[in-house]
Design a protein around this ligand. Structure first.
Ligand SMILES: C[S@@+](CC[C@H](N)C(=O)[O-])C[C@H]1O[C@@H](n2cnc3c(N)ncnc32)[C@H](O)[C@@H]1O
Length: 256
């Protein structure tokens, strides 16, 4: 029974399975780093994105590979690989590319956890010299930790966004609280949102509510993780004028 579950998990996530097969903490960290630092699977999704945006994007991807801050971010992640609560690694690199290409002034994201998506936006803003990221995340809570899947937990004694390099934080504002309370207040303050990323509560109710709330202020594009969990992203796309792209089976991109 237990082996059956393990095999199913391995089929669903072959990268993690490989990690289980190599022994020792240091060896695991090294292997994880190598997997995350392998960009070979990015090309397909990058080409999709180039076609969709009708812009050359490969130079942004190459510049990320060369960025020392990014390499040290991956090393930090490798040391805490089992408690990251993170975005897909390939998808996260696309956040950098999109932010680099669109140069948004105001980016809002819901759902921070360790801060991989936040770091990718901030790395791009650091390069362009344009933009501010407003992030919303729930405060730490024992009760929540018990409810949500392990993959969304933070490492012990770390707080939302711990992964974000210190020298990128001048472009970052984090507000802790439920997005249903914080998002309307924030939108009312900043008055517009060039780029929005949903990665908080993936229920239909929350996703459709966040999309609807931000749509009144949205200027350029909307991104969402976990779009296959329900119809909220597809419904948003069919009710608005613009173009929709499913970047992967988890990440959706809509451009106005
Ligand atoms: C999947 S994790 C986010 C991962 C993150 N974007 C990354 O790249 O690593 C989901 C996060 O959403 C937060 N969250 C869940 N429900 C929320 C809500 N109603 N309002 C704000 N944040 C919420 C959780 O606390 C958790 O930190």
């Amino acid at each position: 029974m237990l082996i059956g579950i393990k095999i199913k998990k391995a089929i669903k996530n072959p990268k993690r399975a490989i990690i289980y097969l190599v022994g020792g903490k240091k060896a695991k960290e090294k292997r994880i780093f190598e997997i995350m630092n392998d960009f070979s699977e990015d090309n397909e999704i990058l080409e999709k994105l180039e076609k969709f945006l009708q812009m050359p994007l490969k130079q942004y991807h190459l510049e990320l590979i060369d960025n020392e801050l990014y390499t040290s971010l991956l090393m930090k992640m490798a040391r805490n690989w089992n408690r990251l609560g993170a975005f897909g690694i390939t998808e996260s690199r696309m956040l950098y590319v999109i932010c680099r290409a669109l140069k948004p002034e105001i980016v809002i994201e819901t759902g921070v956890a360790s801060g991989l998506s936040s770091s990718m936006f901030l790395l791009a803003m650091n390069k362009t010299g344009i933009g501010h990221l407003y992030s919303i995340d729930l405060p730490p809570s024992e009760e929540l930790n018990e409810k949500i899947e392990q993959a969304t937990l933070l490492p012990k004694e770390k707080s939302s966004g711990w992964l974000i390099p210190e020298n990128l934080k001048n472009r970052w504002t984090l507000t802790l609280g439920d997005s249903k309370k914080i998002l309307p207040e924030l939108l009312n303050d900043v008055k517009k949102c060039d780029l929005f990323l949903h990665d908080s509560d993936h229920s239909y109710e929350y996703m459709s509510w966040e999309f609807k709330t931000v749509s009144l202020y949205l200027k350029t594009a909307l991104l969402s993780d976990d779009i296959s969990k329900n119809n909220a992203f597809d419904e948003f796309a069919s009710n608005h004028t613009g173009k929709k792209l499913k970047l992967s089976n988890r990440m959706g991109f809509f451009i106005l």
